[in-house]
Design a protein around this ligand. Sequence first.
Ligand SMILES: CC(C)(COP(=O)(O)OP(=O)(O)OC[C@H]1O[C@@H](n2cnc3c(N)ncnc32)[C@H](O)[C@@H]1OP(=O)(O)O)[C@@H](O)C(=O)NCCC(=O)NCCS
Length: 405
Amino acid sequence: MSNQEDIVIVSAVRTPFSRFESAMADIPSIDLGVIVMKEALRRVGIKPDEVDDLYYGSCIPAEYALETDVPGRQATLLAGFPAENNSVSLDRACCSSLTALRLGVMSIRAGEARTAMAVGSENMPRTPHLAPGLRSGKRLGHIKLIDCLFELGYKSKGFNSVALDAGEVAVEHGVTREMQDAWAQGSQEKYALAFAAGKIKVGEEIIPVVIPQKKGDPIVIDKDESPRKTTLEALAKLKPIYGSPTVTAGNAPPLSAGASAIIMMTASRAKELGLKPLATIVATVSSATDPRGIATIPAQTIEKALKRAGMTIGQMDLIEINEAFAAMPLVSTKLLAGGDEKVWKQLLDKTNVNGGAIAMGHPVGASAARITMTMAYELARRGGGYGVAAICGGLAQGEAIIIRV
Ligand SMILES: CC(C)(COP(=O)(O)OP(=O)(O)OC[C@H]1O[C@@H](n2cnc3c(N)ncnc32)[C@H](O)[C@@H]1OP(=O)(O)O)[C@@H](O)C(=O)NCCC(=O)NCCS
């Protein structure tokens, strides 16, 4: 039964997620954000001035640095929000768009907002190389260019690459390279089946990106660009990346562009506006652990969310754990199963049922809202139920949400 003070999701949409070489690679992440913000509002007939607080996640600052800063503020103004709109641009790595959602929930609970929007936007392929030191001049010698996408940059401050930590911790938990490859193949297969069944479609999760051309028809991107057919044999041949014992280009997600947006309000406000909620938010939590524990943090965050909701993992009909690598859903579900092989298998069977980031892509700041909406639309298709979605973010931060449909 829904309570009028419950906070509900009334609109949820994303762009397709691009491959590295893509027509989308030239579109600033700010403009991708504008597309989803406008569409999320249009679908429910809400005007921009009705959104009291907007939280905007993005976590490759070198990309939006091409437009200077405050990407959320720029996107709201470009999307036609009034100059008086409150927005916050935030970076909690891959967790960012769920952090945005959690802050929106807090704004509504605190009485600061009646309607809030969470946005995540990223264009990883557009990230320029950095040339530090040139401002003060270079008298002699070669100029060094930095690629902050390479190994995702944490090494410069002495941290391991995420792929190294995730792979090592996976092996310590008995999650082998073969298991990670099998999960990756399953992700591609599940996505292909879901797509063929019309589950990842325009008008529901997806809004197409239309790119005008100087001559001729515009390019229209209306589906995720990265899914591919693969075999266990082909996956087994790939070499590990970034010093990892197990992570390869096949069991990791690609580097993508994409954006997602979710609108929230109280159930009573939705009723006033005549809107049918897509989902009710039961709990939103964040957490963090030692950076090395990046593959375990989804489990820790899900446990915190379940405790907050007074529920158990067995009560969840669906689970989404972002495939930062295949290691994350495998290690985290194993931990949630408490080492019980039978329970582990049951949890895996309801995890990422339509595939995950390995197939769809992972435009980091946009992915957390993506897993939330993929799960909400799937629960709706099944006639309702409970779901928990969790994501890990740079240096072992976590964010999780429990929803009821
Ligand atoms: C892994 C990564 C380095 C690969 O980049 P890339 O080399 O440009 O990727 P490609 O798509 O060209 O794949 C590399 C090779 O693997 C192959 N490959 C990739 N996926 C495959 C699959 N599922 N099956 C078989 N082969 C596959 C490609 O065909 C390619 O082979 P080639 O070199 O013979 O052409 C990059 O995608 C990456 O950094 N991903 C991780 C992103 C990340 O860390 N996200 C955040 C997590 S916290």
